[in-house]
Design a protein around this ligand. Structure first.
Ligand code: NI
Length: 434
């Protein structure tokens, strides 16, 4: 089916960073076939989307989250990290069923679509259920089974979690017209013994897949790593071979100059999660230094228990202002750089540079339409600035992934809102009202 978007301000995010006024975008099935100022003469569209007063930009890439954690939204806040995690979060997570994860993930996907996210990297368990959600809702995702192991005597061939992650790869990688990708998800160095991390590195090499891991999120993690292994978290993970795989490293808050050099030399992708890091009091990722070193920095929301939303517009705003305040330098982290983090850099981090993150012919039609006809968006002197500093998630009106319309004028096309809320209430009553 052919679709045409007309009369839009198109923020391409392509190599030339083009912004096209009164632009046209032609879409054939799942891919963009034309972007420019002229209406393609021979193009007949079955669906026409009017872009007047709208910015059309690549869909946002949320490069680190745990979607089913929406079930824990607003349940335990304003607590020290250890108490929050061990006394509040883990006991509820022990109760979760596959069905809970299915509906939790669906709610998270609905929230993400509504705020313009078209692709995300997810780490949790019952990931088969999440894969079903991706397949059904039409969004794009990179999935990993959260892996942990505290047993130094373990046998990697018998480890249920590792086997599940491998099976997830065999069952789902490339499914949904390539919308679903799978990588390994060793949770962190403090939940995985060194031998286990080595086994993960070996399996990633065997399957030729990427890795998704939390790195140097808190000072405690870094201090304990140094006490136990005499190294920084980054050095420790490097020595265990983790970075041989295409790695998505969430957080990287407590890193040294040398650590950043190691990350750069190994092409590790850093995922900056300012909302989560601020809320949990973890600190601030030194993205200014990382950008100077040429590291690829993507943006993520992290799970909903630590954010508490899946809103990349909020994350972009935070990413742009936090470093300015902390380092007392208003020139740090510019609006255009933040837009890149949320689009092209995210796509690159997920190994999807040839597919998504830009609006140009040949790319997948993963794009969003943002309504700029709102009081808080006039006057429009600088589109990037307006998107990062002024626009809100609720300004997103229309969302396409793989050429399919998932939301139009705020209405979900692949998800039944009432059905999801019905299940959410039932699950929430069971988990929390005992
Ligand atoms: Ni996380």
């Amino acid at each position: 089916m052919n679709k045409l978007i007309k009369n839009a301000t198109v923020v391409t995010m392509d190599a030339d960073d083009r912004i096209i006024e009164n632009g046209y975008i032609a879409i054939k099935d799942d891919r963009i076939t034309y972007v420019g100022e002229e209406l393609p003469a021979d193009f007949v569209a079955q669906v026409i989307l009017d872009g007047r007063h709208k910015v059309v930009m690549p869909g946002l890439v949320n490069a680190h989250t745990h979607t089913p954690m929406v079930l824990l939204r607003s349940y335990a806040d304003d607590l020290p990290l250890q108490e929050w995690l061990f006394d509040k979060i883990f006991p509820i997570e022990d109760e979760l069923t596959a069905e809970d994860v299915y509906w939790g993930s669906t709610l998270a996907v609905m929230e993400m679509i509504a705020s313009g996210i078209t692709c995300f990297a997810d780490m949790y368990y019952f990931m088969d259920e999440v894969a079903k959600v991706i397949h059904k809702t039409g969004i794009r995702a990179d999935l990993s089974r959260g892996l942990q192991c505290f047993d130094t005597e373990f046998d990697p061939m018998q480890d249920v979690r590792l086997l599940e992650n491998e099976q997830l790869f065999k069952d789902w990688d490339g499914e949904g017209n390539g919308r679903i990708k799978v990588r390994l998800g060793p949770h962190s160095l403090y939940t995985c013994v060194p031998g286990y991390l080595q086994a993960c590195a070996g399996l990633a090499e065997k399957l030729n897949i990427g890795m998704h891991i939390h790195v140097a999120e808190t000072l405690k993690e870094s201090q304990e790593c140094f006490e136990k292994y005499g190294k920084t978290p980054v050095q420790h993970l490097y020595d265990l071979g983790i970075f041989k795989a295409n790695t998505l490293a969430a957080h990287c808050v407590h890193v040294s100059e040398e650590d950043m050099d190691i990350l750069k030399q190994n092409n590790v992708n850093v995922v900056y999660n300012p909302g989560s890091n601020l809320k949990l009091g973890s600190g601030i990722t030194p993205i200014g230094s990382m950008m100077d070193k040429g590291l690829n920095i993507a943006l993520g929301t992290d799970g909903c228990a630590s954010n508490n939303n899946g809103n990349m517009f909020e994350e972009m705003h935070l990413a742009a202002i936090v470093s300015k305040g902390v380092y007392k330098d208003p020139t740090l982290v510019k609006a255009g750089e933040v837009l890149k983090m949320a689009t092209v850099n995210g796509a690159a981090a997920l190994n999807l540079s040839q597919e998504t993150g830009m609006i140009q012919p040949g790319m997948k039609a993963d794009l969003i339409m943002v309504n700029m006809d709102k009081p808080h968006l006039y006057p429009l002197h600088d589109v990037a600035s307006s998107l990062v500093y002024s626009a809100q998630a609720a300004d997103v009106e229309t969302v396409l992934v793989d050429g399919q319309i998932l939301m139009d004028k705020g209405e979900f096309k692949t998800i039944d809102y009432q059905e999801v809320i019905y299940h959410l209430k039932k699950i929430s009553d069971r988990l929390f009202k005992r």
